[in-house]
Design a protein around this ligand. Sequence first.
Ligand code: PLP
Length: 513
Amino acid sequence: MATSAESAVNRRHASFMPPMELDFGSETPLYRQISVWFQRAILAGHLQPGQRVPSTRALAKELRISRIPVLGAYELLIAEGYFQPFVGAGTCVSQAIPDATFRPGRGGLASAVAIEPESTARRTISRRVSDMAGPAQAWLERCRGCTDLEHFPIGVWSKLVNRHARKISPKIMGYGDPMGYAPFREAIAEYLGAFRAVKCDPSQILITTGAQQGLLISALTVLDPNDGAWIEEPGYPAAYQALRAAGAQLVPIPVDREGLDVERGIQMGRRARAAFVTPSHQFPLGVTMSASRRIELLSWAAREGAWIIEDDYDSEYRFGGNPIASLQGLDTDGRVIYLGTLTKVMFPALRLGFLVVPKDLVGSFLNVRNANDTFSTSVLYQMAMTDFIREGHFSRHIKRMRAVYMERRKALAAAIRAQADGLLEVIGEDAGLHVVTLLPPGINDVEVVTKARQLGLRVNTLSECYARSPARGGLMLGYAYANSDAQKMGSTVEALNAIISTHMAKHRSISVA
Ligand SMILES: Cc1ncc(COP(=O)(O)O)c(C=O)c1O
């Protein structure tokens, strides 16, 4: 019996139906071919419960056959419970087919039709895949939060996106410029010139879907497989992944209070073709590369014909002293590829980042970008972002967030001084979105973090940022996630203090025994 349209539960649109092909030479009657086709499509999950199917008239017309076999097939499918008719509202895939049967991997109907390899032939994939394995996303989420969106001006942003979405023009619906939306590139070039002392013009700006894509494009452009690449140790694990994806041999170079130790780099891998660095605010330690190290690094690159990839991921958040100029701004030999992202100042899902490419490499970078995705990130967001910058919302938002994060950082540092002095040694500048603290020698940071997470604390190990075993464990304490207000810092540090003290007592009793 037909169900009334009002009582219909959550019906879906006819939207996408895979094409149906009939075999007119077959002995199987057409109504049977049609009904079997629908059964298979439903069981394979190509048609979902509640999804509208075409009317018998429309399907007959599309298949160029009479309506009779289609009516016959629909009657059969209704009788068998695959279809459910709605008075005055067409026919849908039945809701009565239990949801669980559609979930793959539960022994349901979908798993019954999933393809399992039949042959024993090898299923070889590239060696690159295991090189690319790493913590990336989950780690970033867990780590320190990326930005506190509670303070993001969502109303303003929505208005700007709507402004452009409402009057979307065919001009922005094509592929467009693979370097990115020109007015956005102009705005970024101005911003970088004014606030980061980057020397560039808009023709050098290549818009990416974030720093990660920028890194991969850079690595693929300047490195051949097996080329050596310096990385900071400790450093940014997602950068290791991108460099390995390009086939680079990573050469971990120690970082001290002045940033990457260039002299050690030269001893360990003089002939490297590239160096990945975070000079403004080293990730994760938070130190700033000294002026003398910057000069040494630039001279090495110029002498050896190497490239420097400068990741300037969070320099908007400096809470004391003067802003640090970019390494790119000091470069006189066009050796620095500057990498920026809006992940930290806007939000991660925006997926907007940019590269400042040496002028003579722009064509080569474009080749790699085209092989990668042909086009930059959504023009709609680039347009909205251009307005966000030009209308002053960007600088207002940065100013507001700087105050929010500065308060949290101060509260965290004060709590550590008051409650964990001697247990947690803070390192790094007054900047960024997390604090790194070293643990007392011999204390394993994995054990401390495991315990801390059981208590719901958002803490990461420092050892995860090392390519080799670190001499000393440490903690990364983030304060950029929602609800991590300054008042909570005391209780966080108190809990950490208790965990570390217990570990130290255990450690002592083991060494005495
Ligand atoms: C050192 C570093 N670089 C870059 C990024 C941002 O990456 P993306 O723009 O791909 O989100 C992060 C994010 O946490 C980071 O820590």
